[in-house]
Design a protein around this ligand. Structure first.
Ligand SMILES: *Cc1c(COP(=O)(O)O)cnc(C)c1O
Length: 373
């Protein structure tokens, strides 16, 4: 049987070239590996035009490790962080702040409502003690795109620091450090760059990072220490994810050869359009209106039919070669389908055909939320 296609927000389907790049073992203190680290970090800065004022600090672990490291390193112990919350990854930031003992102010939003720049502005105006805003760019819990440029302009105007979780947008959705001011932007190897999972990275404002020594509660998560060691030795502190970095080097080479951010966004937009139009033709409904939908991951309402259950649906779609993702909403029953990875619109069309076949097999007749489809 062929490997299944992962329609999830990471790990995702990678190219044969990316996977093949992991067939070499690297010595972690070897000059060739140090050069690999330096070249990847240079490219990660260049992708968001951040070479002038920012540095790239790579970190072992999944993306959340890098989010936690950025918050713990850049927010002082007496800092206070505004978290505009419209989904599960925003809530994760609030949980992290709780563990770190950093004060959080949550600005609750509906899950179908983009983070509201006017409310952020008002919250900052009302509370001078807020030092930072922690903003998720694409909220992968639903797939909603938050208006990052507008929010960044407000945070800059109010003179606070901005920490961006750009995990599921970096590389695909435009972010330009020359026009959008941030203290830190966090992403990882295994999302829109289409590497394999295992490391994250923080694009941090150099002066902010330099002024952050002593903030971190944790040695392993201290980005200042990681960065200083990297500068001094060219090496990661502690065992680096050598194969993950080699795969990321290859994935970035392919990214550039394919046309960079604009081409990646165009392919994902094509994937998303093929998915959404196919699913709507079946009668399934998206959770978000098109205007708020990022072409990264799409949340669908579960069919309102007693014959449907996600576990069985998932198993049967998997048998046909596609891995779906459960929903992450508490109020409504949903499932999610990713648009990212080394796949094209043809894969999404085949996935829609598989979903149609499975729902028919299961005897699901009412596809829409209201049960009228
Ligand atoms: C994937 C993702 C993360 C990190 O999740 P991990 O499971 O730790 O890799 C963080 N934020 C967003 C918005 C994401 O999509």
């Amino acid at each position: 049987m062929m490997d299944p296609i992962l329609l999830t927000p990471g790990p995702l389907t990678t190219s044969m070239e990316t996977r093949s790049a992991m067939l070499v073992d690297w010595g972690s203190w070897d000059g060739a590996f140090n050069a690999l680290t330096a070249s990847v970090c240079d490219d990660l800065l260049a992708i968001v035009n951040a070479q002038n004022d920012h540095v790239c600090v790579p970190l072992q672990g999944s993306g959340t490790f890098s989010v936690e490291a950025a918050l713990g390193t850049l927010v002082p112990k007496d800092g206070k962080v505004l978290v505009p919350d419209n989904g599960s990854y925003c809530k994760r930031i609030t949980r992290i702040l709780g563990y770190l003992g950093r004060e959080a102010v949550v600005l609750p939003h509906d899950e179908q409502e983009p983070a509201d720049p006017a409310r952020i502005d008002a919250a900052l105006a009302a509370d001078a003690a807020i030092t930072h805003v922690a903003q998720v760019h694409c909220e992968t819990g639903t797939g909603i795109l938050n208006p990052l440029p507008k929010i960044a302009a407000i945070v800059e105007k109010r003179g606070r620091g901005l920490i961006i979780d750009a995990m599921s947008s970096y590389g695909a959705i435009p972010i330009d450090a020359r026009s959008l001011r941030f203290d830190a932007l966090i992403a990882a190897s295994g999302k829109c760059l289409e590497g394999v999972p295992g490391m994250g990275f923080i694009i941090a404002r150099r002066t902010t990072l330099q002024g952050s020594a002593g903030n971190s509660h944790s040695l392993a998560m201290d980005l200042v220490d990681q960065w200083q060691y990297l500068q001094k030795t060219g090496q990661w502190r502690f065992t680096p994810p050598t194969h993950v970095l080699a795969a990321l080097r290859s994935a970035i080479d392919q990214y550039k050869a394919q046309g960079g951010q604009a081409a990646r966004l165009a392919r994902y937009a094509g994937n998303c359009a093929a998915l959404v139009s196919g699913m709507r033709a079946l009668g399934l409904e998206t959770f978000l209106p098109d205007a708020l939908q990022a072409p990264i991951i799409v949340t669908f309402h579960a069919p309102n039919d007693p014959a449907y259950n996600f576990g069985e649906f998932y198993r049967r779609v998997r048998e046909r070669g596609f891995i779906l993702y459960p929903g992450k909403l508490t109020a409504v029953d949903t499932f999610r389908v990713g648009c990212i990875g080394a796949i094209g619109a043809d894969a999404l069309k085949r996935a829609v055909a598989a979903i149609a076949g499975v729902l028919e097999e299961m005897g699901v007749r009412r596809f829409s939320r209201a049960g009228i489809g």
